[in-house]
Design a protein around this ligand. Structure first.
Ligand code: T4K
Length: 356
């Protein structure tokens, strides 16, 4: 089976060196030495001031919401993975959906203002497939209405825009370090902020709300990353440039064959790519289903990221462009060890199926 992703595993000898350290120290979790080392290395590699490692991308979202958003409504995108709106609901806030731009697939900032009211607690845009949102427009909204922007940057590891990491934007940014991501810690996530005071608050929230003097102040949870997860990240980090370049070769092979036949995502200017996804926009949902069937026969399994749209979870009416894109979008397999022959075969099956 050729799945949409295949997790990268690090060199065993390098991983073993880190596992040996865990056995020597007998320190398994609670802000251990390997978590600290990985935070420092990620801060240097990404160029981000404060990197706080946590147990998942979802817990990163939940903690970020608790840290910066009052109770109330959070305006977000219906075109995302379930974690985005689930984190809003799980923290007791109400998701309010706004439509996306049909070219970038990101929340359209022009439509946000009409949804802002006195109950608005935050805006939570998603950089879909790693494509940065219109950062200047969201910064402007944040400043004018004095509401925080929490970026769901789950797909963005290594992306640079405006000459710096996309994680540096917003009141706070979060990413996923799940096994299916280009850089991972098996399960895991990270929170990024330039604000030292906020970083210190977040560090307390992820550790039950325990303060420096030992008193406990809510909100608090257990969202800590453990040492084995950090070991995986430390062993993988030296391979990151190779991982991105192998993905890039696959992305380019798909692009060469398919770009004339499908509409592709419009990428933000002055922005690098990490080649996490290769989404194609089919002309109709029927065409998408036909392609799925044809690929499945050859054991190639793309995914409908993201279908259905998140507003359907809450029985909210569909939004025009989110619904349009969600019904037609398909993400093709892309991972570093994917054979280019399989990529070409998948592209040929697709082209034969659409017959245009
Ligand atoms: N925000 C956004 C925008 C997100 O996309 C995500 C997660 C989050 C927040 C939350 O972050 P986390 O809490 O997950 O850190 C997968 C990932 O599990 C999920 O992390 C990711 N987004 C989402 C887009 O994709 P599924 O339900 O598609 O996972 P699954 O198990 O079907 O895996 C995808 C494919 O990968 C499978 O077809 C087979 C392959 N696979 C998977 C695993 C776990 C392997 O070959 N080996 C493996 O170990 O969600």
């Amino acid at each position: 089976m050729i799945y949409v992703h295949k997790p990268v595993l690090p060199d065993r000898a390098i991983l073993n060196q880190y596992i040996d350290q865990i056995y020597d120290s007998n320190w398994l979790t609670n802000n251990g030495p390997l978590v600290k080392e990985l935070e420092q290395k990620l801060s240097a590699f990404l160029g981000c001031k404060n990197v706080i490692l946590v147990s998942s991308g979802t817990s990163a979202l939940e903690v970020a919401i608790h840290a910066v958003a009052k109770e109330g409504e959070i305006i977000t995108s219906p075109f995302s993975f379930a974690a985005t709106s689930q984190a809003i609901e799980f923290t007791g806030r109400k998701p309010v959906f706004s439509d996306i731009c049909p070219k970038t697939f990101n929340l359209d900032p022009q439509l946000i203002e009409q949804r802002i009211n006195e109950n608005t607690a935050a805006i939570l845009p998603v950089h879909v497939y790693g494509n940065p949102c219109n950062l200047n427009k969201f910064a402007d909204l944040s400043e004018r209405f004095n509401i925080p922007v929490i970026y769901d940057a789950a797909h963005c590891f290594g992306i640079k825009t405006q000459n710096q990491s996309v994680f540096n934007f917003g009141s706070v940014s979060v990413t996923s370090l799940h096994a299916t991501k280009l850089f991972h810690t098996i399960e895991g996530g990270a929170i990024f902020t330039n604000d030292d005071e906020l970083a210190s608050k977040i560090r307390k929230i992820i550790n039950f709300g325990i303060q420096l003097d030992g008193t406990i102040k809510g909100p608090g949870t257990n969202a800590k990353m453990n040492e084995f997860e950090a070991a995986m990240g430390l062993a993988l980090l030296p391979k990151i440039n190779e991982i991105i370049s192998l993905r890039g070769a696959i992305w380019k092979a798909y692009n060469k064959k398919l770009k004339e036949h499908f509409e592709l995502q419009a990428w933000s200017p002055n922005t690098t790519q990490n080649f996490s996804y290769f989404p194609i926009l089919c002309q109709t949902e029927k065409e998408l289903l036909n392609i799925f069937k044809a690929l499945e026969k050859e054991a190639i399994l793309p995914r409908r990221y993201f279908y259905p749209t998140l507003n359907s979870i809450y029985n909210k009416p569909a939004l025009k462009y989110s619904d349009y894109i969600s019904r037609r979008i398909m993400c093709l397999p892309i991972f570093p060890t994917l054979d280019i022959k399989v990529v070409n075969k998948a592209a040929d099956i697709i082209l034969n199926t659409i017959n245009r």
